[in-house]
Design a protein around this ligand. Structure first.
Ligand code: 5GP
Length: 239
């Protein structure tokens, strides 16, 4: 496999073509951003930690029957993935109220949400990722009803698998964002699952162990990611 030219450069990852048109290389950079790119910093080791964390989680999801784009780890900061035709929506599930949910609806932080909430957002930084519903997705032909149903079912299935995985490591999976794409006519999980795109709280102390440490200037961002990875037993992290 040969890495070729850069196709896109996101806020924390770059995507490269390869000599195989059905495969891409993801480069997890040390760049960290929040508030639609308004707050940016470089954090040592973050690219490596997120690349390994993501490969570990994608592997667990595959084992549990979720189709993902992950093929293999290539290096500390690179992974080989399937090239998906991405659907421009973000699928969010929330188990505990916090973040934009509380700002939007004025509800208290820290409420257990039973059943968990599902929300769609349009992936568009310039518009600050506005919330949308199934009808927007259908009317603008971003996805079909069948694809919407599959994205919801897969996102909830990920909740069952990962809530248990994190619970066993003494962590609460508060909420998370997933992105899907099409591959050979099938809906497949793309993008990443790392502490950049989910909220994880220590189950005892409720200490934040995710990107809210960066968003809120709490410090110890990569250290928290590494602690989560250590608790999960992610290979290649820690001593
Ligand atoms: P909220 O809507 O409360 O800001 O975010 C809900 C969950 O989705 C959080 O776990 C957050 O990290 C994740 N999330 C939502 N939008 C984005 C995004 O544009 N980028 C990343 N990395 N995560 C997001």
């Amino acid at each position: 496999m040969e890495k070729r030219k850069e196709i896109t450069k996101g806020k924390a990852k770059s995507v490269y073509a390869t000599d195989d048109p059905s495969k891409l290389v993801l480069l997890f950079r040390n760049d960290t951003s929040a508030f639609d790119g308004q707050k940016i910093d470089q954090l040592d080791r973050k690219g490596m930690v997120n690349n390994r964390f993501n490969a570990f989680i994608m592997g667990k999801l595959e084992q549990a029957g979720i189709p993902t784009h992950q093929e293999k780890l290539l290096s500390d900061q690179e992974s080989l993935v399937k090239r998906l035709d991405m659907i421009p929506v973000e699928c969010v599930v929330r188990n505990i109220s916090t973040g934009s949910l509380c700002r939007r609806l004025g509800v208290e932080e820290g409420l257990n949400l039973n059943p968990p909430l599902f929300e769609f957002f349009l992936k568009n930084d310039a518009l600050h990722d506005p919330m949308i519903n199934d009808y927007h997705i259908l009317s603008f032909r971003w996805a079909t009803q069948e694809e919407i149903d599959q994205m919801k079912a897969l996102t909830f299935k990920v909740n069952d698998i990962l809530s248990k995985l994190f619970k066993d490591a003494g962590l609460l999976l508060v909420d998370y964002k997933l992105e899907f794409g099409r591959y050979n006519g099938k809906i497949v999980l793309g993008d990443e699952f790392t502490p950049d795109g989910c909220r994880l709280w220590d189950a005892e102390t409720r200490k934040k162990m995710d990107k809210d440490r960066f968003r809120q200037g709490l410090g110890g961002v990569v250290e928290a990611y590494e602690e989560v990875a250590l608790r999960l037993g992610v290979p290649g992290i820690g001593a």
